[in-house]
Design a protein around this ligand. Structure first.
Ligand code: SF4
Length: 451
């Protein structure tokens, strides 16, 4: 798929380590795939919060000098994806504020579905907002709460918001981590080698900093980190899990364990299921890199058709802005993906991708393979048709831009110029991730929104 659907953010928190900001930096590196537009870290030395954030990749935003100014034994960090035209530095996180109890910083992965109502109500009462981020609502709700302690104010504030949120808060002396009652977005807890703690959107961050995975933070659970104490768990909401199934399909890194399962294995299972429900005779199975790789391996193993690397991906081009003409758009895909002509020429090819969003990229891939001499190109997609947009923290095109919302599978097949096209069905997807429809959100495939 490569583009068109983007996770909006990653969050991390480090507590109880003398080089907290450096560990947050390395953790953000591991989570860079969840957002490349901006990065930020806020640290606390027990007396004062410091913050650095800017546009760009983690590596560009921070260097040794900057990190050394972020002193203290606790730090929270964020990487952000933003839609075009909405890339103001003000919208980078952490969001920092001074208020009557002191200083606070917040990072947020998700999307609040009642953000506009809350913002409008706050503005009517005189609140002034600096950004377009729904996360800023939380700052105001906490600052305006009449409760005496920050913990009670956080509980007060999260009771006012709805939607998807994995949050990490930092005060001068404490850190708080919380998931919404449905647990749409992941958030895991790990132990640092020195006995401190880490929370992160994905466990691949733990591997990089040699932290030990303890468990997921539960839907509706708030963890309080305080020096000299084990994290305190508070059940703020009765959990009603609706984990985002798209984390397995596309967002999360294959080396992460998300919602208790290996992402790589679930993707491979999707390929195995796909081979069962959409078999076809062919010479080779190839993935669209990188998302289609585990599913293509699964498809190959289940079907007995050899797996080959038929498309090379160029990882070094970043964003390109040359789009106005069709010719330039085609060139853009060619810059990212190149066919392995010697592998493809004269072959009947099954090409596996994780999803089709607008269909334009798939059409270019099919054309590219045919131009490279493929005899036939059969597209297999390791998720059901993406028919509905996400309102829970993932940036998707509007429904009218989603090809599966507007065309049948046969029409899409013709549009992308493939010889055949088949998708995974919902039941097979749920089987691949050992889930039931009850505990996972599948709204972008089914339109069944819980909120
Ligand atoms: S709508 Fe799709 S992308 Fe959004 S939370 Fe649900 S499954 Fe995930």
């Amino acid at each position: 798929m490569l583009e068109n659907i983007n996770e909006k953010c990653a969050v991390v928190g480090i507590f109880g380590h003398k080089e907290a900001s450096k560990l947050a930096y390395f953790s953000l590196h591991a989570l860079q795939h969840r957002g490349q537009e901006a990065a930020g870290i806020s640290s606390s030395d027990g007396h004062k919060l410091r913050i650095i954030k800017d546009r760009g990749l983690v590596m560009r935003v921070f260097d040794g000098t900057k990190l050394s100014t972020l002193s203290g034994s606790s730090a929270i960090g964020h990487t952000r994806y933003s839609t075009a035209g909405d890339d103001s530095i003000l919208d980078a996180q952490p969001v920092f504020a001074r208020y009557d109890l002191g200083e606070m910083a917040i990072v947020h992965n998700g999307n609040l579905t009642n953000a506009t109502e809350i913002r409008d109500a706050l503005i009517k009462k005189g609140a002034i907002f600096q950004t377009f981020m729904d996360t800023e609502n939380l700052i105001h709700l906490i600052a305006k709460s009449e409760k005496e302690h920050l913990l009670d104010r956080i509980i007060d504030a999260v009771n006012r918001i709805e939607g998807a949120f994995s949050l990490v808060f930092l005060s001068r002396t404490k850190m708080f981590a919380m998931r919404d009652r449905h647990g749409f977005r992941p958030l895991s807890l790990g132990r640092l080698k020195n006995g401190g703690y880490v929370v992160a959107s994905e466990t691949c961050a733990f591997d990089l900093i040699a932290a030990e995975f303890i468990r997921d933070i539960e839907p509706g659970e708030l963890l309080v980190f305080e020096e000299g104490k084990a994290p305190q768990s508070i059940k703020v909401f009765e959990p009603t899990p609706k984990r985002c199934i798209f984390e397995y399909v596309y967002f999360s890194r294959p080396d992460s364990v998300v919602f208790g399962q290996s992402v790589y294995q679930t993707r491979k299972n999707m390929g195995i299921e796909l081979a069962k429900i959409a078999p076809i005779e062919a010479d080779i199975v190839i993935p669209v890199p990188d998302g289609g790789v585990p599913a293509a391996i699964g498809y190959s193993q289940a079907s007995g058709i050899p797996y080959e690397v038929g498309i090379m991906r160029n990882h070094y081009i970043g964003r390109t802005f040359i789009e106005p003409t069709q010719e330039m758009r085609d060139l853009k895909v060619k810059m990212k993906l190149s066919p392995m002509t010697e592998i493809i020429k004269g072959k009947v090819v099954i090409v596996i991708d994780d999803s089709i969003v607008r269909g334009t990229t798939s059409r270019r891939i099919v054309r590219m393979l045919k131009e490279a001499g493929a005899k036939e190109v059969h597209m297999r997609v390791s998720s059901p048709p993406t028919t509905d947009p996400c309102f829970y923290g993932v940036d998707t095109p509007d429904k009218d831009k989603l090809i599966a919302a507007n065309m049948s599978v046969d029409e899409i097949c013709k549009y992308i110029e493939a010889d055949s096209l088949a998708y995974l069905d919902e039941a097979s997807l749920l089987r691949s991730v050992n889930a039931t429809e009850d505990n996972y959100c599948t709204a972008c495939f089914t339109g069944k929104y819980i909120i």
